[in-house]
Design a protein around this ligand. Structure first.
Ligand code: 6PG
Length: 466
């Protein structure tokens, strides 16, 4: 009796996805490499399976491969990077034409494309699968973003769709994204948006904690979460605020150095490559980097103590509006990055469908994401929606007050500032970029376009003679 599906890598995500797959009635073979000290991983995992599950465990790659029905369908859940290439090298001699490998890690989309091309020559199909939702999502229903060859996707769709989260209309949060590395690209941008959303909440917390207790901030977040600001990240942040160990807040015990595994910076680098203005995710990445200079910050902070003004007078309504404003800009920027990639790579990304599969299972699920389904069903740009523009206009004063409050209290507001600057610049007809063009032309004869001539023509001024 061969298994219908295989999974390699019994880390946290691999284990939980395996249980999810088996629970949905699929027969499953799992493999974990066996190195010294890790022999027990497979056996211990098998003890977790419930009675109705059909999971077979293997510590030999050959036996694992032999245990699978043809064409083989194998989900790889190991650390992104070189390890994937090494595993592919081990697997390819064992596989047959038509087999399908699925990489469920946070791999770089260009690596995915390269691996697809390499395996295509061997007639092996490779799907880059973005998976969001962390440990709980993996077990109970993640959001899945598969990219690659459509025919291969169709063959694994019954398994992937059965394990995915379900949206409010009962559809699965799993949808074919497009060819190449588009699934991993979309997951990467998901994480870029995630970075912006997380940093926004960190900045709201920083401002509010000037004058409010954790309990008060939690109460406010719970109230916001019951309305149109509802989101998974807001909910967990509310929970986090009042969690205690003994009589101390866990938050106060956590060192203020943010880690990262790279997807936020990849997303930002993609924005640089594609020429999109993803200032919020960039600022969120840099804010994490700044936080990591803890020793320097501690030393320099001694120079400043005692000299700051403070103004605790920020109204709940004001910060709520500013938060709503900045979240819209964060989503606008994230989806514009998807748009540009879609155009350049000819992926024909469906932003409405991507919003839909991001409404459950994933980390950035929210009421705003839910609304994005209809916003993007008619156009590709949130700024073309009059409700969005009205909300941004109505909240412009609030973000200004929040930024002033941050300046007064010496609270860095990296992503709030980025949101505001983007909005101001995008709604300003004439920017100071004429100066940049003049400088470029002055020192490097780079030429410039003129307001009194056609856009197609470029001019040079002999500045020294004027
Ligand atoms: C998810 C998460 C998940 C992980 C990210 C963030 O959607 O389930 O995005 O993939 O938490 O990799 O990692 P870092 O914050 O460590 O970069």
């Amino acid at each position: 009796n061969k298994s219908s599906f295989g999974l390699i890598g019994l880390g946290v995500m691999g284990k939980n996805l395996s249980l999810n797959i088996a629970e949905k009635g699929h027969s499953l073979s799992v493999y974990n490499r066996t190195i010294e000290g890790e022999e027990k991983v497979v056996n211990e995992f098998l003890e977790l399976q419930e009675e109705h599950m059909r999971i077979n465990g293997f510590t030999s790659l050959n036996n694992f491969i032999d245990s699978l029905e043809h064409p083989r369908k194998i989900l790889i859940m190991i650390k992104a990077g070189k390890a994937i290439d090494q595993l592919i090298d081990l697997l390819t001699p064992l596989l047959s034409e038509g087999d399908i490998l699925i990489d469920g890690g946070n791999s770089h989309y260009q690596d995915t494309k390269r691996r697809q091309q390499f395996l295509k020559e061997k007639k092996i199909n490779f799907i880059g699968l973005g998976i969001s939702g962390g440990e709980e999502g993996a077990r109970k229903g993640p959001s899945l973003m598969p990219g690659g060859d459509l025919q291969s996707y169709d063959m694994v769709a019954p398994v992937l769709e059965s394990i995915a989260a379900t949206d409010i209309r009962g559809s699965k949060c799993c949808s074919y994204i497009g060819p190449d590395g588009s699934g991993h690209f979309v997951k990467m941008v998901h994480n870029g948006i995630e970075y912006g959303e997380m940093q926004l909440l960190a900045e709201v917390y920083a401002l509010l904690s000037v004058s409010r207790s954790n309990e008060e901030i939690k109460e406010l977040f719970v109230e916001w979460n019951s309305g149109n600001l509802n989101s998974y990240l807001l909910k967990i942040t509310a929970d986090i605020l009042t969690a205690k160990e003994g009589n101390r807040y866990v938050l106060d015990l956590i060192l203020d150095k943010a880690g990262n595994k790279g997807t936020g910076s990849w997303s930002t680098k993609a924005a640089f490559d594609l020429g999109t203005a993803n200032t919020m995710m960039a600022s969120a990445v840099f804010a994490r980097y700044i936080s990591s200079f803890k020793d320097k910050r501690s030393a320099l902070s001694k120079l400043i103590t005692g000299s700051s003004d403070s103004d605790s007078n920020i109204h709940n309504k004001t910060i709520k509006k500013a938060y709503e404003f900045a979240r819209i800009i964060n989503h606008q920027q994230g989806f514009q990055l998807l748009n540009e990639a879609s155009k350049l790579y000819k992926w024909r990304l469906n932003l409405s469908e991507i919003s839909r599969i991001w409404t459950n299972g994933c980390i950035i699920r929210s009421e705003l994401m839910n609304n994005c389904i209809s916003y993007f069903s008619n156009n590709h740009d949130l700024f073309e929606n009059s409700n969005i523009i009205e909300t941004l206009k109505a909240n412009e004063q609030a973000i200004k007050s929040v930024l002033i409050n941050g300046l007064t209290n010496r609270v860095p507001l990296d992503v709030f500032s980025a949101a505001n600057n983007y909005w101001i610049a995008m709604t300003t007809e004439r920017l100071s970029a004429n100066i940049i063009q003049a400088q470029r032309d002055y020192f490097g004869a780079h030429t410039y376009q003129r307001v009194d001539a056609s856009n197609h023509n470029f001019f040079h001024t002999n500045w020294h003679k004027l």
